[in-house]
Design a protein around this ligand. Structure first.
Ligand code: GLU
Length: 288
């Protein structure tokens, strides 16, 4: 199969410059290699979804000339796929229900690593809804990121047994992303470096589910003047709908592609043609 990439926004707000950079980087990497670029709306975390945000994101992508291949998929319509994966993990006995409250967990641990308290069975019978955690092993997960280089993580000391389905019934991002990337035949993932730390968990899950591991490239994060990642929480502004060429030009500069100055006032097609032909991910030198 040829190159299959994707952009997977969560509909928690409008597209901001940080998410545009992830969209542009993943699109250029796919198109430079004559690949397909899919869009998947990651709308599982219903409490965080904002009504109308998914449509607004898609309209903005179109307005920027970011046209996707295939039909857009919505994770909220794919719950059955995550159920099948969870059943497989249950059958393999590599996951377990956990009724620890946030308070219990916080009291037991430092640095966000779950102690494994429910690993050998729920301690006291309870009617409280349970989360499902993946039982991790002692292995060190290693992979080579196309931009960040060799990465390794000892899951047991950095993350511990992590949640794959929350107690409120919502499937965790880590499980859904792995199932969907495989189901959609994604063989290249280009996304922001805030997810670099999640990648070992995703690779571990791929191994457990017998799924292939895509190639990863984590782009530098766009931060605001306070050094914070642009996000809804840090009140990142929506990108302009009126000036897509100028904003796309800025995104290419952020990605250190050095677009010629005369393209700053060109049309979208000309700018995209130049950017696709000249895409050089290795020109990006910012560390994660
Ligand atoms: N939905 C995630 C986000 O918006 C991105 C997931 C991914 O690219 O793996 O941060």
């Amino acid at each position: 199969m040829g190159y299959q990439g994707r952009f997977a926004p969560s509909p928690t707000g409008a597209l901001h410059f940080g998410s545009l950079v992830a969209a542009v980087g993943s699109y250029l990497d796919a198109k430079h290699q004559q690949g397909q670029w899919l869009v998947r709306i990651e709308d599982l975390d219903t409490p965080r979804n904002v009504a109308g945000a998914a449509d607004a994101i898609l309209r903005t992508l179109e307005n920027y000339g970011l046209y996707w291949d295939e039909t857009v998929v919505y994770q909220s319509q794919r719950i059955h796929l995550y159920e099948v994966a969870l059943e497989q993990l249950k059958k393999q006995q590599v996951c377990y229900p956990c009724v620890c409250s946030r308070k219990t967990i916080a009291a037991q641990q430092g640095e966000g690593v779950y102690s494994g308290r429910c690993r050998n069975g729920i301690l006291s019978p309870t009617r409280q809804p349970a989360a499902w955690r993946l039982h991790i092993d002692d292995s060190i997960i290693r992979f080579t990121d196309r931009l960040q280089g060799d990465i390794s993580q000892h899951l047991a000391t950095k993350v511990g047994d992590f949640v794959i389905k929350r107690a409120d019934g919502v499937f965790a991002y880590q499980l859904a992303v792995v199932v969907d990337d495989a189901a959609q035949g994604i063989n290249h993932v280009v996304r922001g470096a805030d997810l670099l730390d999640s990648t070992p968990r995703q690779i571990f899950l791929q191994h457990q589910l017998g799924l292939p591991t895509p190639c990863y490239l984590h782009l530098p994060l766009v931060v605001n003047a306070q050094g914070e990642k642009l996000s809804k929480q840090t009140l990142a502004q929506a990108i302009s709908q009126q000036h897509p060429v100028a904003t796309l030009y800025d995104a290419l500069c952020f990605l250190q592609q050095h677009p010629p100055i005369e393209l700053q006032h060109s049309d979208l097609t000309t700018l995209w043609d130049w950017a696709i032909a000249h895409w050089q991910p290795h020109a990006i030198t910012h560390p994660a």
